[in-house]
Design a protein around this ligand. Structure first.
Ligand code: 1CP
Length: 354
């Protein structure tokens, strides 16, 4: 077993970790959400050999290989573990499939009584290949490249567990949360618990930093945002801090709008992931004094490439140059992104100086 805590202390200089702690560097370190994936021909090749998408997630050799592909190709400052947020419901005992061309499909859990089908006790049985992937990536990465572990935040994971699939409006989870908040709370607590254990094991296996993806945080009313987005995130942050006092934690409450500020204030995340719609000057003034910022290039721009992409990248780097900033997209790459444009973007960030 790798002793990750002493490993992290021995290498305090990874640019991504320094920026996450609030240091303003000469140029921002960068990685991209969904940097491994279908837009890369080398990913499609591995994916075709792996069988299903879940087979790939649970195959440490292949999952490590696709994690490393974008680091090799673009020289990113971070590698994000290749897995999916839905391995947690799977590990809790919920049936999960990824249907080709359709996305995830789960057996829906729609009421408190159905929680009896799930259990936190044996999650590591199913998740141990993920920890092995982390160990393999850690062993293969250059010393200055940070390894980013991740999990879905409880609200976002719950939206899939309740609906059984991706939905445009997360109606099934919202309806349950309004109808029976105490019952829904039990599901959220189970997810908080599983997420802490899961991320703890990723850090033990070698992750330098972790991100909580709350992709469906947007559109909730204030009281629900506080109860289902902020409170569980704060609980995870507090529990992880007890285990790993130096671990930087990134929270990404996508589309949270005016709730970004209370989110950062109340959760205590070290870094906040900004979606494309967050105004740069507002974020620099309001959020960056409390946390490092990560983001927020429109993922459509790397499809277009050229001056439109580079001008916006420059605006983002200038706006955030006086504090902690990790360059990223406002959401993930989409499959039609030309890798050549990503290479151009990576070169541009690497050469920029504040
Ligand atoms: O066939 C394929 O290759 C499937 C496409 C794919 C990929 C590449 C899925 C299915 N998941 C992933 C990998 C993945 N997912 C990563 C790997 C690391 C990287 O970023 O390179 C990560 C971090 C995720 C996280 C994830 N999965 C999120 C949060 C981030 C986001 O995009 O908002 C969500 C919401 C999911 C669910 C999911 N997984 C896959 C799909 C198609 C979906 C979305 C379903 C939907 O709501 O429509």
């Amino acid at each position: 077993m790798i002793d990750a805590s002493s490993d992290r202390k021995a290498l305090p200089g990874k640019p991504l970790v320094r920026a996450a702690r609030g240091e303003a560097l000469e140029r921002p370190p960068f990685w991209f959400m969904r940097q491994a994936g279908r837009y890369l021909p080398e990913y499609r090749e591995v994916r075709a050999d792996a069988g299903s998408f879940l087979d790939l997630c649970y195959n440490p050799r292949l999952a490590a290989e696709v994690t490393l592909q974008p680091v090799r190709r673009f020289g990113t400052d971070g590698a994000i573990l290749f897995s999916d947020i839905l391995v947690i419901p799977h590990a809790l005992g919920q049936h999960l499939e990824f249907r080709e061309g359709e996305g995830p499909w789960l057996e829906p859990i729609t009421a408190e009584a159905e929680l009896a089908r799930l259990s936190c006790d044996r999650i590591h049985d199913r998740l141990s290949p993920v920890y092995e992937t982390v160990e393999r990536v850690r062993a293969a990465l250059p010393d200055d490249v940070a390894l980013i572990g991740f999990a879905g935040a409880p609200w976002t994971v719950a939206t899939y567990m309740v609906a059984g699939r991706g939905t445009p409006d997360q109606a099934p989870a919202r309806d349950w949360a309004y109808r029976d908040p105490a019952g829904f709370q039990r599901l959220i607590e189970m997810l908080v618990d599983a997420t802490v254990r899961y991320l703890d094991r990723q850090v033990r296996a070698g992750a330098d930093i972790v991100q909580l993806f709350d992709s469906w945080a947007g559109g909730l009313p204030e009281s629900a945002f506080e109860r289902w987005v902020i409170a569980p995130t704060r609980a995870i942050v507090e529990r992880l801090r007890k285990l790993w006092p130096d671990l930087p934690i990134i929270g990404f409450p996508r589309a949270a709008g005016a709730f970004y500020e209370p989110y950062v204030r109340a959760t205590g995340v070290d870094v906040v992931g900004l979606d494309t719609g967050v105004p740069l000057q507002w974020a620099a003034r309001t959020l960056q004094p409390m946390a490092a910022v990560q983001g927020n290039l429109d993922p459509r721009l790397p499809i277009v490439g050229g001056a439109a992409m580079l001008d916006e990248a420059r605006r983002i780097m200038e706006a955030f140059s006086s504090g902690g900033h990790i360059f990223n997209l406002g959401h993930g790459f989409v499959p039609q992104t030309p890798p050549e444009n990503v290479a151009q973007l990576a070169d541009f960030i690497r050469e920029w100086r504040r």
